[in-house]
Design a protein around this ligand. Structure first.
Ligand code: ADP
Length: 395
C-alpha cells in the first residue's frame, strides 16, 4: 500500500482522525466522542460497527483503538509516513507549522495558559502518537500561525503597553488553517495566484471568525486573545462592551461566571433561548418563533458589519468568501448578510446562492456585483496533511 499521512485533531472530549494517501486524497476518517465519560464511543466513518472502547476511555485508549481499527480493517498496512496534529495556540512562537521535537513541545506547553482548554489536550494527542509511532516524523499545525503576519496596529489592543510586553496580551486570531485554505482555493477559482489574491474570508461554524487576507497574507482577523471576540457564534457572544464585567459584578455575577456565560450561554443560543444550531434556528424562525429570527438578524448584521470593517486592511478586493457549516450551507444567512452590503455594490444571484455555488465553481455573486462572492467548503484536514508531508520530507 501507498504511503499514508495521519491527521490528528484532539478536542477536550473528542478525537478526529483522518488518513490521507501520498496524493493527499482522504482514504478514511474516524471519530471518538464523549471521552472520559461512561458512554464514550468511537467509529470509523462509513462503518456501522463501533470500535470497542473501555468505559471512561481516555484520549490514549481511543487513539490506540482507532489506530488498531485502521490496521484491522486494512485501511492502513504500515506506519504512516508522517503525522500532522492540529494545535490551537502557537502564540508568537510559531509563524508556520513545525516539526515536533522537544523544543516544539516546550513551546506548545508555554502557550497553554493562552488556550488552557485546548493546548494541553493537543499535547496528550502528540504524546500518545509519539508512543505509538516513535520513529514517524510528526508535525504541529497551529490555528494561530497564519495570523502572525498581522501588523501591530491590527494586533495590539489599546491597553497599557506593558500588558502586551509582559503578558503577551494581544490579538492572536484562530481558524488560521481554514482561512489559509480559503486564500489558496479562492485564488485557484479566480484564476490567480495566492500571492496576488485579496479576500475577506468568513468561517462560520460553531465558532465564527473573519479574516482580511491581502495578497495572500492575513492582515486582520476578528478573533482576539481568545476565540471569544468578534462575530456572533453558536454559544459565544463575540464582541461585547468590556464594561459589562464590572456591571455584572454589581449584580453578583463574578468575572469567571460572566466568562462562562459569554462562552457557553450566549450567541445564537442565548438570543434564541432555544438552540445554538443555525439549521434548527432557521426552522424555528420559519414557524414564527421571533427570538430565533432575532438571533439570525443579530448574527447576519454583525457579520455584515465585519465585512465592512475588514475592507480597511486590503489593497484591493478579489472576493468575499463564505465557509464552515453555516457559510457553506445556509443560503438564507448569506443572502441576509449580503443584503446589508448593498451600498458597497455587493449583490447575490439568488439562484446561484440557493445552489450554494455548486454549479458555478462556488460563485454566488450577481453579474453586476462590484465584487465576486464565493462559497468554498473548508478542508483543514487537507492543509494539515499537506504540511505534515512537506515538513516530514524536509526532515
Ligand atoms: P464546527 O465548528 O463544529 O466544525 P460546522 O462547521 O460543522 O461546526 O458548523 C455547524 C453549524 O452549521 C451549525 O450551526 C449547523 O446548524 C450549521 N449548518 C449546517 N448545515 C446547515 C444548513 N443546511 N442550514 C443552516 N445551517 C447549517
Amino acid at each position: 500500500m501507498d504511503e499514508t499521512i495521519l491527521v490528528v485533531n484532539c478536542g477536550s472530549s473528542s478525537i478526529k482522525l483522518a488518513l490521507f494517501d501520498s496524493n493527499h486524497e482522504k482514504q478514511a476518517s474516524a471519530l471518538a466522542e464523549r471521552l472520559n465519560n461512561p458512554d464514550s464511543i468511537a467509529k470509523i466513518s462509513g462503518d456501522s460497527v463501533p470500535v470497542a472502547l473501555p468505559a471512561n476511555a481516555s484520549h490514549d485508549h481511543a487513539l490506540q483503538a482507532l489506530v488498531n481499527a485502521f490496521y484491522d480493517r486494512n485501511l492502513m498496512s504500515r506506519e504512516p509516513a508522517s503525522i500532522g496534529h492540529r494545535v490551537v495556540h502557537g502564540g508568537e512562537a510559531f509563524r508556520e507549522a513545525a516539526l515536533i521535537d522537544k523544543k516544539t513541545i516546550t513551546a506548545i506547553e508555554d502557550c497553554a495558559s493562552l488556550a488552557p482548554l485546548h493546548n494541553p489536550v493537543n499535547l496528550i494527542g502528540i504524546n500518545a502518537m509519539q508512543r505509538l509511532f516513535p520513529d514517524v516524523p510528526q508535525v504541529a499545525v497551529f490555528d494561530t500561525a497564519f495570523h502572525q503576519s498581522l501588523p501591530k496596529r491590527a494586533f495590539l489592543y489599546a491597553l497599557p503597553e506593558h500588558y502586551y510586553r509582559e503578558w503577551g496580551i494581544r490579538r492572536y486570531g484562530f481558524h488560521g488553517t481554514s482561512h489559509q485554505f480559503m486564500a489558496h482555493e479562492a485564488s485557484r477559482r479566480l484564476g490567480k495566484t495566492p500571492a496576488t489574491t485579496s479576500i475577506i474570508s468568513a468561517h462560520l461554524g460553531n465558532g465564527c471568525s473573519m479574516t482580511a487576507i491581502d495578497n495572500g497574507i492575513s492582515k486582520d482577523t476578528s478573533m482576539g486573545l481568545t476565540p471569544l471576540e468578534g462575530l456572533v457564534m453558536g454559544t459565544r457572544s463575540g464582541d461585547v462592551d468590556p464594561g459589562l464585567f464590572d456591571y455584572l459584578a454589581g449584580r453578583g455575577i463574578s468575572a469567571s461566571e460572566a466568562h462562562r456565560v459569554l462562552n457557553q450561554d450566549s450567541g445564537l443560543l442565548g438570543l434564541s433561548g432555544q438552540t445554538n444550531d443555525m439549521r434548527s434556528l432557521c426552522e424555528l424562525a420559519d414557524h414564527g418563533h421571533e427570538p430565533s429570527q432575532l438571533a439570525i438578524d443579530v448574527f447576519c448584521f454583525r457579520l455584515a458589519k465585519y465585512f465592512g470593517a475588514m475592507m480597511v486592511s486590503l489593497s484591493h478586493l478579489d472576493a468575499l468568501v463564505f465557509t464552515g457549516g453555516i457559510g457553506e450551507n445556509s443560503a438564507r444567512v448569506r443572502a441576509q448578510t449580503i443584503e446589508h452590503l448593498k451600498l458597497l455594490g455587493i449583490t447575490l444571484d439568488p439562484d446561484l446562492n440557493n445552489h450554494h455555488g455548486q454549479y458555478s465553481e462556488g460563485h454566488i455573486g450577481d453579474a453586476d456585483s462590484r465584487f465576486p462572492v464565493l462559497v468554498i467548503p473548508t478542508n483543514e484536514e487537507l492543509v494539515i496533511a499537506r504540511e505534515a508531508s512537506r515538513l516530514a520530507k524536509l526532515n
